[in-house]
Design a protein around this ligand. Structure first.
Ligand code: GLN
Length: 304
């Protein structure tokens, strides 16, 4: 506990508790220690982050300070904050996450936004009964966000991991979506959904795309805590991406969209792979907020 002039049995002040947490995270090499400590403390206190700054000189109940210190200890070991709080914000919605499911990333929000932009280009007549396929849905963040944003679409989402599917189902229920609007299908990639061949307006996915030999170099919270199955993209990182590009064409309607999250150093390869499949036109890459190539978009049609 930080030193201060107050008596030893007085309650700790918010700013002291926060600084202690931040210092511990910094010492343990956790990146963005201030933001992480603020995130954890605001959740422990049930405050918005900016409210912390207005309450710096307030005392904190001992139990809450102890809980915060416990969370800081776990975060220092590498456990992702989102697992500690069982919660992750994505597209402004709250998703339940935990061990066994990938934490949704901010860059994946770009994928959702691109699909929404494509949707807006459709004529009103095209806006009913469209089907979106989300391959490897994980927590369901992409599938559920699209269903919440795009009234009228039906989302079919596949996932091979039973643990992830349990989170996805809970997230669907939490957001009040029926299984008519978002249907989760257990199985590998396109394997459980034959019946949707030729009926899909958009195939979307954030597939595993980390090169197998680079898995050990990932930050500790990813490397030691998040599911390998959601990260490991094989020797060149593109094993699953290749299968999705090849598999998606027979599911898409004419002019349907393919939207994939891709590794930033392989955009050219993925573009030529997509063109090489001979079934896509208007192949383009969209950058993430850090300016890195991140999302592949392509239109299903007569080819380049
Ligand atoms: N961008 C993710 C990461 O760093 C990788 C996610 C993925 O493979 N889909 O950890």
């Amino acid at each position: 506990m930080a030193k201060n002039s107050r008596s030893s049995d007085s309650l700790p002040l918010l700013r002291e508790v926060l600084k202690d947490g931040e210092r511990t995270l910094l010492e343990k090499g956790i990146s963005s220690p201030a933001a992480e400590a603020e995130y954890l403390l605001s959740n422990v206190l049930g405050m918005k982050r900016h409210e912390l700054f207005l309450s710096f000189e307030k005392e904190i109940e001992r139990g809450k300070a102890e809980l915060f210190s416990y969370l800081i200890g776990k975060r220092s070991e590498g456990v992702p904050s989102q697992y500690l709080l069982n919660s992750c914000e994505f597209m402004g919605y709250d998703f339940e996450v935990g061990p066994g499911v990938l934490v949704p990333r901010p860059e994946t929000e770009i994928l959702v936004c691109e699909v929404v932009e494509e949707w807006k280009k459709l004529t009103p007549a095209g806006k009913t009964d469209a089907i979106i396929l989300d391959i490897g849905t994980g927590s369901g963040a992409i599938a559920i966000s699209l269903a919440l944003i795009l009234a009228g679409v039906k989302v079919i989402a596949t996932e091979i991991s039973p643990a992830a599917l349990l989170f996805a189902e809970r997230n669907r229920a939490k957001h009040g979506l029926s299984s008519e609007r978002v249907r989760f299908c257990p199985g590998d990639l396109f394997q459980p959904i034959d019946e949707y061949k030729g009926r899909v307006w958009a195939v979307v996915s954030n597939p595993p795309y980390v090169k197998a030999h680079e898995l050990e170099t990932l930050p500790v919270e990813v490397r030691d805590y998040e599911p390998r199955i959601a990260l490991d993209g094989g020797p060149d990182g593109l094993s699953t991406i290749r299968r999705i590009i090849d598999g998606s064409a027979e599911f898409l309607i004419q002019d349907g969209m393919l939207a994939l999250e891709i590794p930033e150093d392989s955009a050219e390869k993925v573009v030529s792979m997509t063109r090489g499949a001979g079934r896509f036109a208007e192949v383009k890459v969209v950058k993430d907020l850090s300016g890195r190539d991140r999302i592949l978009m392509a239109r299903h049609g007569s080819g380049p």
